[in-house]
Design a protein around this ligand. Structure first.
Ligand code: PLP
Length: 454
C-alpha cells in the first residue's frame, strides 16, 4: 500500500512543494498522509507510521483528539468567522488571549496579538518592536539582531532575521537593518569545547555587535530558546540568562521565538522558562493548537504594551498597532487552541516531554557509541537532533550525493517510523504524548536503519 501510494505521480503533477526539488520528488514522491490517530498516521489502509515528527513539530497532543474536534464543531455551529479588527471581535479569541496571558503570567505577558502561523507571528513581533521604539520616543531604534542558524520563518521580515543562508540567498537583497551574531553551537564551533565558556563568549559577541551598531539604534534581539530547524542546537545553560542581561544593559527588547518550544516541547511550558528568562515579547504558533487549524500569537509584556496606550481615544491614533491580518483571531483556530491547551495542562505534557525526551536522548547516545557516523546526538525534551558525519574526527559532513541520510530515512519509513532528515541531520520531534515504548521504537528502528546503510 505504501509503495502504491508513493508511486502515484498525481501527487507531484500540479503542486509546488515547499523547499523540495521537483525533480527529486518526481522520483521520490511524498508520502501522502491520509489518516491520523494519536501518535500514529497512515497513508492508506493498513500502512501505519509512528509519527516521530508530530506533523512539523506541531501536533503536540497527537492526532484526532476528540476534545479538539468537539470544540471546533461546537464553534462552527455557533460562528465560523468574524473579524477582530476592533469594531468587532469574537469570543474564542478573547478567551484565548486571557488563557495565554494566564499561562505566561510568570513571564509577565499581558496582551496577545493573533495571526495565522509562525512567520506571521514573528513578523508581528518585529513590527511591534519597531513601532514600540517609534512610540517610546527618541532615540529611534530600528535594527534587529538575531543568531546564525536561526529559523524565524519565510515572510520577508522573519526571513531577514533568519540565520540560515540557503533560505535567504534566492531572495536577496533582504530588508536592511538585520544582523546575525554567532550562535553557541557546542558541537561545531572554532572557539572552545567548554559549553559554559562558549555561552559566555557568544553573549559577549552579541554585546560587541550591539555596541558596534550603536545601542541607541538596536530595537530588539530575537532568538529561539532552542534552535529547531537549524538542527536542534541546544545553547549552554548560561546563554539565555546572559542574553537577558546584555539586552537589559543596552535597553534592547528581547524576543523569544517559541514557535517550536512553546507549550511543552522542550520539557517546560516555555523554552524561555526552561532557561529562567522573562522575554519582552513571546512568539507562538505550532503547538498552540497542535496544528488543528493554523494559528499564531505574539505576546507582549506590560512595558511593551504601555507604549501602545495613550489618553487619546480616537480610533486610529498612531498608538494603534498598525498591523493585522484578516484571519487574526480566527474563532475556529482559537477554539481549537483553548481545547488543546487544556489537554497540555491536564495531561502534564511538558513534564512528559522532559521525561520521555531524556529517555530517548539517553537511548540514542547509547546507540551512538556503536555508530561513528552519528557525530552528535543532542536535544532538550522532545526535540532531538542526530547529526551524521562522514568522519567523526574531523566532523566532515557526507557528500550529499551519497544520500546517506536519505537512505537511512527510507529504511525508517519501510520499518514504520516517520522522522525528518534535514540534509544529514535527523530531527525527532514527536507528539508530547509519546511514551518510552514509542521512544524505544524510534531508537531501535534508527539503530537498525543506520546499521544497514553503514
Ligand atoms: N519560528 C520557528 C522557530 C519555526 O521553527 C518556524 C517553522 O518551523 C517558524 C518560526 C515559522 O513558522 P510557520 O512555518 O508557521 O510560518
Amino acid at each position: 500500500t505504501t509503495a502504491a501510494a508513493r508511486n502515484n505521480d498525481t501527487l507531484t503533477r500540479h503542486v509546488v512543494y515547499p523547499f523540495a526539488n521537483a525533480n527529486f520528488l518526481a522520483v521520490n514522491p511524498p508520502i501522502c498522509i491520509e489518516g491520523g490517530d494519536g501518535v500514529y498516521v497512515s497513508d492508506g489502509p493498513g500502512a501505519h507510521y509512528l509519527d516521530g515528527q508530530a506533523g512539523l513539530w506541531n501536533v503536540n497532543v497527537g492526532h484526532g483528539r476528540p476534545e479538539i474536534k468537539q470544540a471546533i464543531i461546537e464553534q462552527l455551529d455557533r460562528l465560523s468567522f468574524y473579524s477582530t479588527f476592533g469594531n468587532t471581535t469574537n469570543s474564542p479569541s478573547v478567551a484565548l488571549a486571557d488563557e495565554l496571558c494566564r499561562l505566561a503570567e510568570p513571564e509577565g505577558m499581558v496582551r496577545t496579538f493573533f495571526s495565522s502561523g509562525g512567520s506571521e507571528a514573528n513578523e508581528a513581533a518585529i513590527k511591534l518592536a519597531k513601532q514600540y521604539w517609534r512610540l517610546a520616543g527618541q532615540p529611534l531604534r530600528t535594527k534587529i539582531i538575531s543568531l546564525r542558524g536561526a529559523y524565524h520563518g519565510v515572510t520577508l521580515g522573519a526571513l531577514s532575521a533568519g540565520g540560515v543562508n540557503v533560505y535567504k540567498e534566492q531572495f536577496t537583497p533582504l530588508l536592511p537593518g538585520f544582523f546575525q551574531v554567532e550562535t553557541p553551537h557546542v558541537y561545531r564551533n572554532p572557539f572552545t569545547s567548554d559549553p559554559e565558556a562558549l555561552g559566555r563568549l557568544c553573549a559577549e559577541l552579541l554585546e560587541r555587535e550591539i555596541i558596534y551598531q550603536g545601542p541607541d539604534s538596536v530595537a530588539a534581539f530575537m532568538a529561539e530558546p532552542v534552535q529547531g530547524a537549524g538542527g536542534v542546537i541546544v545553547p549552554p545553560a548560561n546563554f539565555w540568562p546572559l542574553l537577558r542581561e546584555v539586552c537589559d544593559r543596552h535597553g534592547v527588547l528581547l524576543i523569544a521565538d517559541e514557535v517550536v518550544t512553546g507549550f511543552g516541547r522542550s520539557g517546560s511550558m516555555f523554552g524561555s522558562r526552561a532557561w529562567g528568562v522573562k522575554p519582552d515579547i513571546m512568539v507562538f504558533a505550532k503547538g498552540i493548537n497542535s496544528g488543528y487549524i493554523p494559528l499564531g500569537a505574539t505576546l507582549i509584556n506590560a512595558k511593551v504594551a504601555a507604549a501602545f496606550q495613550s489618553d487619546d481615544k480616537s480610533q486610529f491614533t498612531p498608538r494603534a498597532f498598525m498591523h493585522g491580518n484578516t484571519y487574526a483571531g480566527h474563532p475556529l483556530a482559537c477554539a481549537a487552541a483553548i481545547a488543546n491547551l487544556r489537554i497540555v495542562e491536564q495531561e502534564e505534557l511538558p513534564a512528559n516531554a522532559g521525561k520521555v525526551g531524556a529517555y530517548l536522548l539517553a537511548r540514542l547516545k547509547d546507540i551512538q557509541k556503536r555508530h561513528p557516523n552519528m557525530g552528535d546526538v543532542r536535544g532538550k525534551g522532545l526535540m532531538i537532533g542526530i547529526e551524521l558525519v562522514a568522519d567523526p574526527e574531523t566532523k566532515r559532513p557526507f557528500d550529499l550525493a551519497e544520500n546517506f541520510g536519505q537512505r537511512i530515512w527510507e529504511r525508517c519509513v519501510a520499518k514504520g517510523i516517520l522522522i525528518r532528515n534535514l540534509a544529514d541531520t535527523f530531527i525527532i520531534s514527536p507528539p508530547l504524548t509519546f511514551t518510552t515504548e514509542h521512544a524505544d521504537k524510534i531508537a531501535d528502528t534508527f539503530d537498525e536503519a543506520i546499521s544497514a546503510v553503514e
